[in-house]
Design a protein around this ligand. Structure first.
Ligand SMILES: [Zn+2]
Length: 262
């Protein structure tokens, strides 16, 4: 998609995903069956309801195989890259992401920046020594570069940042969309199934959707989000955690889609 936002193009991209979803993906095809007719839009589904649905969210032609591939919920590094850019984080600085498990990924995207995982303080590890060993790679990356972007929930950042003394740290808070809209603090917006789908714009303080990668539309009082670039899993009409009473609008300053209170 080009740099300038076009509502018509955005809508077409959404329609394309919806066509694929109903035509090729069991989870959405079943919505037609349940409704007894062809629906125009996917039903709004709370993100939490996607747990355990990996098989049904992949196209018939490319089913999910838990024995052959990693979890579908690891996330696409390009989503985080775009969320960080939106939130005003420096580019090309190594990115350390706080996660509950290590991830074999050396770069956030094929084009960079370098990437490492820091285990969350509550991540399941046998002991602190093991945690230290697992974190050493990411901490080494930051130390060598002399700087790092560290992404995580506030309590995790508070626990981990002291380990990065001597490193110029750009801490980026990860939060759910309700918190982002309520507090409009700097940060990026994450949902366990959609991944990073929005960020707080440092200029206006509003929660901007990553519109290149996600579509959002009202679903009753809620906001339903569709991932425009992801093919496995296909995510259409997902209500992110915390978006049950949030709406969509155009930012009065930037003209691009935001998530906001009603
Ligand atoms: Zn704005």
């Amino acid at each position: 998609m080009p740099v300038r936002f076009s509502p018509a193009r955005w809508e077409r991209a959404y329609r394309g995903v919806v066509r694929t979803a109903f035509g090729q993906v069991p989870f959405y095809r079943d919505q037609w069956v349940a409704a007894g007719r062809a629906l125009d839009d996917p039903e709004a589904v709370p993100s939490a309801a996607l747990t355990g649905q990996s098989h049904r969210l992949c196209p018939f032609a490319r089913p999910f195989d838990a024995s052959q591939e990693p979890s579908l919920w690891i996330g696409d590094g390009r989503d985080l890259r775009d969320a960080l850019a939106l939130a005003g984080a420096p580019r090309r600085t190594p990115v350390l992401e706080v996660r509950s498990a290590v991830l074999d990924r050396r770069a956030l995207t094929p084009a960079g920046p370098r990437y490492g995982v820091l285990l969350a303080p509550d991540a399941p590890v046998v002991d602190e020594a093991r945690r230290g060993a697992l974190n050493a790679t990411a901490l080494g990356l930051a130390t060598r570069a002399g700087q790092a972007i560290v992404v995580g929930e506030r309590p995790a950042l508070d626990a981990i940042l002291p380990e990065l003394h001597g490193v110029r740290v750009h801490a980026v808070e990860r939060m759910d969309v309700a918190r982002a809209v309520r507090e409009s603090r700097p940060g990026v917006v994450h949902d366990p199934h959609l991944g990073y789908f929005a960020g707080i714009h440092p200029g206006c303080g509003r929660t901007h959707l990553l519109w290149h990668r996600f579509h959002a539309r009202p679903a009753g009082r809620a906001t339903a989000v569709t991932a425009l670039r992801r093919r496995r899993p296909v995510l259409a009409g997902v209500v992110p955690d915390g978006a049950e009473a949030l709406g969509t609008a155009a930012c009065p300053e930037h003209g691009t889609p935001i998530v906001s209170t009603h």
